[in-house]
Structure formats: C-alpha cells, structure tokens
Design a binder for this molecule. Structure first.
Ligand code: EPU
Length: 427
C-alpha cells in the first residue's frame, strides 16, 4: 500500500511553482477533438487524470506525442470512434467532457453514464437538457448515453438551473459548431472556462462573455489547431498557501505560476483569518499566521469560495482561536475529510451541509486515509503542523490532481516522503 508519510513541525521556506490547472487541461484536451490536426498544449500538469484523458482520446483514434513533460501535441485528424468507454469514465468523470466536442465535430457521441463518485451523486442532467435544446437526441441503453445530432446543432438560448462548470463547458464545446447563435444564461464563470473559451477563440470560434454569467457563442464552420498554454492551477496554489500559513518560517513561502486574481475570495477569507499575504512579481508570498481567527465560509461557484479549497480551509480553521462554520453548497459528500481530520485531534461537528469547527491548539500525527483529491492534499498539509508522524493512505487520489506534491513540499523544507507499507491483514 502506498502512503505519504509526513513528520510534522518543520518550517517551510522558499518558492514553489504550481503546475497547469487540472480542470482546465482536461477540457482543453477534450476540445482538441473540435479542430482536426495537431493542437499543442503547454504547461500541462503531469498528473494521473491527464493520463486518463490521454487514454480516452487515444481510444478514439487521436495520436498524442509527449513533446516534453508538460507539452502534449494532440493530433485528432484520424479520430474514428465517438465512444468514451466505461472503464475510463468510471476512473474519471471528467471524461464526459468529450461529449460536447464529439457532438460539435461528428454529430454523435457514445458516453458511459458516469454514476456517482466520492463527492456524491454528481448528475449530468443539465448537460443533457442544454444539449437537447441545441437539437441533440439522447438514448440510454446498457449503461451508455447515445447522443445524436446528425440533423445538425441549432443555436438557442439555454438557462442553466445552476452554474455548473461541466455543463457550461460541454455546451460551449458543442455550440461552437452549431448553426446560429447560442446564449448560455447562468453560465459558470470559473477561470478554467475562460481558458477554454480563449483557446476555442484562438481556434476560430466566436465566443464572448466567458467569465460572466452570460456566454454567447456564434457557431462557425470550422476550427483549426493552435498552440495554447494551460492556465496555472489556482487550487494547487491555494493548497500551498495554506501550507505556508501554517508552517512558513520567517522568510515566508512564495507561490508562483498562477494568477492571484483567481483566488480573490480565498485570499480575502484567509486574510480575515489573520494570514499575511504579499504580492510578489511571480505570485504571492504567504507568512505564517501567528493567531488564526475563526471564520464563516460557504462554498459557491466562482467568484465565490471554491469547494476545491474547502478541506484546506477547514484544516486552517480547525486550529483557529474560536469557532468557525463552513457550509458546503456544491458537493454533498465533501465533508468525509472532516472525520479523518478528527482522527488528528480536530474538533468538528457536521450537521447536514454545515460543519461547526471548534478550534484546537494542535493536531497529533495519525494514520488517515484520503477520501478524495482535495481532502487527501489537506491531510498531508495537516501533517506538516501535526505533532509526530502522519501517514496518509489512498494517495492515488492526490496523484490525480497534484503533480509531484511530495517533491514540491520537500523542496520547501517539509519532511515528507512516499513510502510503501504492507497491506493490512484482514482475516
Ligand atoms: N450538477 C447537477 N447536474 C448537472 C451538473 C452538475 O446536479 O448536470 C451538480 C453536481 O452534482 C454538483 C454541482 O452541480 O453538486 C456542481 O457541479 P459542476 O458541474 O459545477 O462541477 P463539475 O463540472 O462536475 C468541476 C471540477 C470540480 C469542481 C467543480 C466545482 C472538473 C474536472 N471538475 O466539476 O473539481 O469541484 O467543477 O468547481 O473540472 C476537483 O478538482 O477536485 C474537483 C472535484
């Protein structure tokens, strides 16, 4: 069994560069399907979710050249299959992002139904309703969704019930090739959506309003391949900022490679908790919070507080001088992490989608298990300040979205390593 072992209590210092954003890279890879030829993506994070998306595209007939560790040249000229198979969708729900581009380019897609995941039910009804409005017909059989737009996609007005990231992206990627104009109202505004629209516009699409609640897409006849750099990962950056807020030495920790504007709400909340930040040329420097103030946070679509930073924020608030409240509005199962943190000495009471956190004076190292990607990373961060040794298992979750997490923390001075321990004997 692979674990990450952390010895707590060592100061962090220096600078860490974040990788390209997972949640952007995956959609940009899917979007290459729209432009026959070779699209080159740079600043692609070397993480397991990207490897899965690579497999999805290859299964369809794309050729992928790994130019260097962070550059992929994806040739979609010879794509001749429109299927995202179950074994890959089950590994990574974001495989469903190929639905929009497949419909845009070929007018058909066969996608395994994603089912739930560690974060909850995670339906895709809004993707389907929106695509139906564009003229796509759906059928489900044997666990697969068959989408057919052979009669053509026609631009229309779609109002999303909730500003879903995935639905907004699938709708944008389908409607770039529709006849006429599509308007998505209540669209998600995440920086990763802006990155996607930017690349599609570079390819020849006509998308305006990305990053606002109303996105307008004027359909075009064709898209051509480009070279595009993936936006920096704001969530990876936020995770290192929390590590610094807890354990930075006197010189602080600088985090670079991302746009601090993408973390506005996170920085505001952390400042209110007493975390000192300073802008630097390449990003942000964080210093250790002398005293952590309690906080009230609720997760919301961008520009609200990101659900992907909720476990890291909970780690910080668990050491506050007082009682904090965190409300999770996006994913119903995202508090699973809290019970692991309790094993390290946190005092957290969950009531439906609210967490009441009574600050404690310290964590004690323990054996804990990553419930999911962000929760796993937050447990490693908690281990940095815990007394003694923390062993985090189920670390494959962390590898999905954090490139060289252990190595980057070690370079800052953390005592953290990958280790292998025998699987527990169960009689
Ligand atoms: N939802 C529906 N129906 C839909 C679509 C969404 O009910 O058709 C619900 C979901 O079940 C969820 C909420 O709406 O409760 C938000 O879902 P959204 O579609 O916005 O999220 P997503 O596209 O599935 C992406 C990221 C997540 C991130 C969320 C929110 C990717 C690959 N994933 O998911 O990232 O938390 O947006 O910002 O882009 C992570 O990186 O750890 C991660 C989970």
């Amino acid at each position: 069994m692979d674990i990450i072992r952390v010895e707590g209590g060592h100061h962090l210092e220096g600078s860490v560069a974040v990788s390209g954003a997972k949640n952007s890279a995956l959609k940009l890879m899917a979007a290459t399907l729209l432009a026959p030829g070779t699209t080159t993506l740079t600043n692609v994070p070397n993480i397991s979710d990207v490897h899965v998306m690579g497999k999805v595209l290859k299964r369809m007939g794309a050729e992928i050249e790994v130019v260097d560790e962070h550059t992929l040249a994806i040739d979609t000229s010879h794509v001749d299959s429109w299927e995202a198979p179950y074994e890959l969708v089950a590994k990574m729900r974001a495989s469903t992002a190929v639905m929009g581009p497949l419909l845009g380019r070929f007018g058909k897609a066969k996608i395994a139904m994603p089912g739930g995941c560690n974060l909850g039910a995670r339906k895709i009804d809004m993707h389907i309703l929106g695509l139906q409005a564009l003229g796509v017909e759906f059928d489900t059989e044997h666990g697969y969704i068959y989408a057919d737009a052979s009669a053509g996609l026609t631009g229309t007005n779609v109002t999303l019930e909730f500003a879903s990231v995935g639905a907004t992206e699938n709708l944008i990627m389908a409607s770039v090739r529709a006849t006429g104009t599509t308007v998505i109202d209540n669209a998600a505004r995440e920086p990763e959506i802006v990155d996607l629209a930017t690349m599609l516009n570079e390819m020849g699409a006509k998308i305006s309003g990305a990053g606002t609640p109303v996105v307008t897409i004027e359909g075009v006849e064709e898209l051509t391949p480009v070279t595009h750099r993936v936006v920096g990962d704001r969530i990876e950056a936020g995770t290192f900022l929390v590590a610094g807020a807890l354990m930075a030495g006197p010189a602080g920790v600088e985090v670079t490679g991302f746009n601090p504007m993408h973390l506005n709400m996170v920085i505001r909340k952390f400042e209110a908790m007493g975390v000192p930040f300073e802008r630097t040329e390449g990003g942000l420097r964080v210093r250790r919070a002398e005293r952590i103030e309690p906080i009230d946070i609720q997760t919301l679509p961008f520009p609200g507080f990101p659900t992907d930073m909720q476990p890291q924020a909970m780690t910080l608030s668990a050491l506050a001088d007082g009682n904090s409240i965190i409300t999770e509005n996006i994913f119903e199962n995202r508090f699973m992490f809290a019970s692991e943190l309790v094993r390290m000495g946190a005092d957290i009471h969950i009531e439906s989608h609210h967490a009441m956190i009574h600050g404690v004076t310290g964590f004690s190292g323990a054996q804990v298990s990553s419930p999911d990607l962000r929760g796993g990373a937050a447990l490693v961060v908690a281990g940095l300040i815990a007394e003694g040794i923390t062993e985090v298992s189920a670390v494959h979750h962390i590898a999905r979205g954090y490139e060289r997490f252990v190595e980057k923390l070690s370079a800052l001075g953390a005592r953290v390593e990958h280790a292998s321990v025998p699987d527990p004997d169960i009689d």
